[in-house]
Design a protein around this ligand. Structure first.
Ligand SMILES: Cc1cc2nc3c(=O)[nH]c(=O)nc-3n(C[C@H](O)[C@H](O)[C@H](O)COP(=O)(O)O)c2cc1C
Length: 378
């Protein structure tokens, strides 16, 4: 296994965008589509349903580490059957300054970080001593950068075309809140971004409502009524194409139910992808702010430390979905959070998840897609 991640955390975002992918993904995007076709023995090709598309395995990489077509194609060739193209916007958007990824070290006995962990407020040690792939936990601070649509649209189109048999490119987008924007303009910006994505030929869309966009510490998904308005407008634009919303961790069933009533129950949304990161105050070994710059006192934690929270949220979403008389055809669930092994994939599937994805775990173990294929085949 290569010591370098396919997204090299020691380089800037721009360097990764221009020169990546690295590590075990390096050069894989240049290999022909047929050279890494599915070879599972007992599982027929494309035998899993993923929002009306057939996929070889319901496993992939969520929005974030796959910056462009070079990354998504390499992910397909490496055996990840669902590759999510990093969240795009209706306009170009800059990236937070380097560094964007630090290792984090929760102190709880099982290494978990939950929304209630005291460290989220008191400070969580963050540095560059990255752990082992099996228990890797990081913080990522990018600010959801985006290329201009003139750049990402042709690139996303190519990315879609590079999917092999039983593979799918999931297209992630989000709205952009700018100063003095009215609510109508904000909703319209989501609609524009969705239309631009559909123009590339994307077959399933994911709308991110879980990155800080609404001012300090506030996420769009904390306002379910607004999410309801936005998804209704987006759905009117994209028609029959399935729409998934990406959600942050929610601590109680009522919040999930309210979100479901404003979205899936009204059929504007066909699935939830959850969780995104858990926000924590990051400190260095001297207790000072770990990431440089204003507004970066806190940052999102992902990887092994948030698996407990991910499992908790996925279980909650499925419980609420069933209590409302729905099933995964009405509101499918993409489980994300702390998946670092094929066994973690099994855990989430046993809860009833439609599909499972790994960001941090896959960055540190590029074989994870093949390992999940293996466990499904046997
Ligand atoms: C490097 C990196 C960049 C990310 N960027 C995005 C993003 O642009 N949009 C998004 O919805 N989530 C983004 N995420 C969050 C992931 O999709 C995922 O929800 C989170 O990392 C938890 O999964 P994990 O524990 O497998 O890492 C990013 C994660 C990482 C590691």
């Amino acid at each position: 296994m290569s010591a370098t991640q396919f997204y090299d955390v020691k380089l800037t975002y721009e360097d990764n965008y221009e020169r990546g992918p690295f590590g075990d993904f390096a050069g894989l995007d240049k290999t022909p589509r047929s050279s890494k076709s599915y070879t599972g023995e007992n599982t027929a090709q494309g035998s899993f349903d993923f929002f009306r598309q057939k996929v070889n395995t319901p496993f992939g990489i969520p929005a974030g580490p796959l910056l462009n077509e070079h990354f998504t194609t390499a992910a397909f060739r490496a055996g990840f059957d669902i590759a999510t193209y990093k969240t795009v916007r209706s306009r170009a958007w800059g990236c937070n300054p380097f560094p964007n990824v630090l290792s984090v070290h929760p102190t709880s006995a099982d290494g978990s970080l939950t929304a209630n962990s005291p460290e989220t407020i008191q400070g969580l040690l963050a540095d560059t001593n990255f752990g082992e792939p099996s228990d890797i936990s990081i913080s990522n601070s990018f600010g959801v950068p985006s290329q201009d649509p003139d750049v990402w649209q042709p690139d996303m189109k190519k990315a879609i075309e590079q999917a092999g048999e039983g593979q799918l490119l999931l297209a992630s987008f989000q709205g952009s809140r700018t100063a003095d924007m009215t609510e109508e303009e904000y909703i319209a910006d989501h609609v524009t971004a969705a239309r631009l994505v559909v123009e590339t030929g994307a077959k399933v869309l994911e709308m991110n409502t879980s990155c800080p966009n609404e001012g300090k510490g506030r996420l769009l998904c904390h306002n379910p009524e607004l999410v309801g308005k936005i998804t209704e407008a987006v759905k009117n634009e994209i028609g029959d194409i399935p729409l998934i919303i990406k959600l942050a961790y929610m601590a109680d069933d009522q919040s999930v139910e309210t979100m479901m009533r404003y979205t899936a129950v009204r059929q504007s949304v066909q699935g939830f992808a959850t969780i995104n990161t858990i926000s924590a105050k990051l400190i260095d070994k001297n207790g000072n702010q770990a990431l440089p710059g204003v507004g970066r006192e806190t940052s999102g934690v992902c990887g092994a430390a948030i698996k407990k929270a991910g499992l908790d949220m996925v279980e909650r979403v499925i419980r609420v979905q069933r209590s409302l008389g729905m099933n995964d055809k009405d509101c499918g669930v993409i489980a994300v959070g702390g998946v670092t092994s094929a066994a973690d994939y099994v855990l989430y599937r046993q809860l009833g998840a439609t599909a499972v994805m790994s960001a941090t775990g896959a960055m540190w173990n590029a074989q994870l897609g093949e390992q999940v294929r293996e466990i499904i085949a046997h």
